[in-house]
Ligand binder design. Structure first.
Ligand code: ZN
Length: 160
């Protein structure tokens, strides 16, 4: 069957950046399984998968607007080092878990550390990046009613 709205799709993928460096891959692990058409994957990748069948392999280049969005400068802020004094071993590239005023988890990445302040970046780490995917479609099946009710796919080890 072809991938369409509410197919449960399993893919193997490798993600690289413009420089050809590998950022992520399902190689050596279970394939990534998702419920198609519900925003489970970035929009550009779901669009590329639409209509494909099990066994297909393809590569695609996805622009930031169809992936994790452009970098939002308003989400990059300088914070006085005193405000971060409780953090041991503060270093560039460190990920800090925080909560926004609505109680949602947010990850801030330490972009820079100066003499009196540090630059914290709340953008997704892949924001602003052009993404290169190599994809193999492993399997395609119709979703069960329970999966449709939950809005996500079920597989081994997932039955809530
Ligand atoms: Zn569920």
């Amino acid at each position: 069957m072809k991938i369409s709205q509410h197919s449960v799709v399993a893919i193997h993928y490798t993600l690289t950046n413009d420089a050809g460096e590998e950022l992520d891959s399902s190689s050596g692990a279970d394939p990534l399984t998702y419920l198609h058409g519900t925003g489970g994957l970035i929009p550009g990748l779901e669009a590329e998968l639409d209509g494909r069948v099990a066994g297909e392999a393809f590569s695609t280049v996805i622009q930031p607007a169809q992936a994790y969005g452009e970098i939002d400068p308003a989400m990059i802020q300088d914070v006085p080092l005193e405000a971060l004094a409780a953090i041991d071993d503060l270093r560039i590239g460190m990920q800090l878990q925080t909560q926004d005023p609505n109680g949602h988890q947010r990850v801030l990445i330490v972009d820079a550390i100066g003499e009196t302040s540090a630059t914290l970046n709340a953008n997704h780490e892949l924001a602003g990046k052009v993404l290169h995917f190599e994809v193999n479609v492993e399997s395609v099946r119709a979703a069960t009613q329970e999966e449709l009710d939950h809005g996500h796919s079920h597989g081994p080890g997932h039955s809530h």
